[in-house]
Design a protein. Structure first.
Length: 122
């Protein structure tokens, strides 16, 4: 069996970065999910959703890096797999946005509004 894989023609530097981002994103995402599971505190639950969202963003960036490298590779993986991975990553990111919005709505949380001074001249 040959030790060559389909990624042999990819930019090794970009692929290494994508794999590091993938690992980091997965760990951050799992950390956020773990915190969310074991707490009932509203503020901590909100922070866990933001942590999970950050992990999801890193996973999406990693997938985009891999998608780009695969697109330009001389020996790419099948297009269907590549597009499905990218589509799945985007769907995951959208669901993270929806769950963050839902947490804000459930706990009636709002971002602080700044008081703006009226500097108009009468």
């Amino acid at each position: 069996m040959s030790s060559k894989n389909n990624y042999s023609n990819l930019s090794k530097e970009l692929l290494k970065k994508a794999l590091r981002l993938d690992e980091l994103g997965s760990q951050i995402f799992l950390l956020g999910q773990g915190i969310s599971t074991f707490t009932k505190n509203e503020q901590i639950k909100l922070m866990s959703v933001v942590i999970s969202f950050t992990g999801g963003v890193l996973l999406t960036v990693s997938t985009v890096f891999e998608f780009i490298q695969n697109y330009f590779s001389k020996n790419p993986i099948p297009k269907e797999l590549n597009y499905n991975k990218l589509l799945g990553s985007i769907i995951g990111l959208i669901s993270a946005i929806i769950s963050t919005k839902t947490i804000f709505d459930i706990y009636d949380l709002h971002l602080p509004k700044e008081d703006v001074e009226d500097t108009s001249i009468d």
